[in-house]
Design a protein around this ligand. Structure first.
Ligand code: SF4
Length: 375
């Protein structure tokens, strides 16, 4: 699919819809109208998605991003919401083919954070203006409901003005319910792909597409704000499977969607595969924004890993969330879900300064706010 070079990074000042309209050639304007229809109907057909993923950079792609930006601004203004990410355990019982902390990776030093350290990390995030804590982990049975509920309950009492998000993989409906009752209100569980055959290409046979989808359904029914998502450029992905992802998002109406480019990672079966395309990821971010205008959409660290201005470009494509890592620096290399992850050594002070500058460069500002889904 499409490619992006360093020289094309700084698109500022970004052309406005009116400028693009004035400059567009007739064949470009025909595609502008099709993108208007995507925004109006909140739907896209497969041939148009295919064409958009194969178009060279130019006015049509700029129009797509400008339209998505306008859509984000209409719902959320220039505000960017921060989520304090705490990677509480690098143990995982699963063996997903794309993931660096899969159980078969025996080269990795593993860790579990102490309860007190988790609470300290959240307090540091709070002191830096973050009002959402995301507790993330591999699927680690050591984290029983009792242990997790104790942490969630303590966090909830210490920081009643904050949202607690969990990203702990597949658990039972009863476990999700207990955690919700303890005070967690959001849950991130990437669906990875909405195509069962593609799911089987990315996961070992013991993992079930149907169960993943059931977990997402359970979470929604319990009352969580739910985030799904997928990698862009994963092995076996096609415009057809991506179209199924977009259709799933239309049907499921998640509160958040996390997408990032696939990053080939050592010690995984996909180590030799090509990385996903940043450019495709940006186009999909914009399309997701048009199909689901109120969704909370992170500019992911994986985007920043594959491109020095990946997160700024993500914001310019319609993203409105950033997830700074507030885990202890000594753990970060061990939470090695993919290679060459950025910001491994950055303290929270440095990270916030850096993100603030990056956001200013694209006309956005970070806010002290839970950043709930706006209906
Ligand atoms: S993607 Fe998640 S469930 Fe799969 S191996 Fe990695 S941490 Fe475990």
């Amino acid at each position: 699919m499409s490619s992006l070079t360093d020289t094309s990074v700084t698109q500022l000042p970004c052309p406005t819809l009116a400028q693009l309209e004035a400059e567009g050639a007739p064949e470009e304007k025909a595609l502008f109208r099709q993108l208007d229809a995507v925004a109006e109907t909140r739907d896209i057909h497969l041939p148009l998605l295919d064409e958009l993923l194969h178009l060279p950079k130019g006015r049509v792609v700029q129009y797509l991003h400008a339209k998505a930006r306008a859509c984000t601004e209409k719902v959320y203004g220039d505000r960017i919401f921060l989520r304090a990410l705490i990677e509480i355990s690098s143990y995982c019982k699963n063996d997903c083919f794309y993931c660096g902390i899969r159980r078969s990776n025996t080269t990795l030093a593993r860790y579990r954070m102490e309860e007190g350290t988790i609470l300290d990390c959240c307090a540091e995030g709070y002191a830096h203006g973050m009002r959402t804590f995301v507790l993330q982990s591999g699927e680690d049975a050591w984290w029983t409901d009792e242990r997790l509920c104790r942490i969630v309950d303590t966090l909830h009492r210490r920081h009643p003005d904050c949202a607690i998000t969990l990203s702990l993989g597949e658990r039972s409906r009863e476990s999700y319910r207990r955690l919700f009752e303890a005070g967690a209100s959001r849950y991130l569980l990437r669906h990875e792909t909405a195509d069962a055959a593609h799911y089987a290409r990315l996961h070992p046979a013991e993992m079930s597409y149907e169960h993943r989808m059931q977990c997402l359904q359970d979470l929604k029914e319990i009352g969580y704000q739910v985030g799904c998502g997928f990698m862009v450029g994963s092995p076996g992905q096609s415009p057809q499977t991506l179209w199924q992802d977009l259709q799933f998002i239309r049907r499921f109406q998640p509160h958040m969607v996390g997408i990032g480019p696939f990053v080939a990672t050592q010690q995984t079966p996909f180590a030799g595969e090509p990385n996903g395309s940043v450019e495709d990821c940006l186009r999909l971010l914009s399309l997701i924004r048009l199909l689901h205008p109120h969704v909370l959409l992170p500019a992911t660290t994986a985007l920043g890993t594959l491109h020095p201005f990946g997160r700024e470009l993500g914001v310019l494509a319609g993203a409105n969330v950033l997830m700074p890592n507030v885990s202890p620096v000594e753990n970060r290399e061990k939470y090695h879900i993919y290679d060459n992850k950025i910001c491994l050594d950055d303290g929270v002070d440095h990270c916030i300064d850096c993100l603030e500058r990056r956001l200013q460069s694209v006309g956005r500002r970070m806010v002290v706010d839970r950043g709930d889904f706006q209906v």
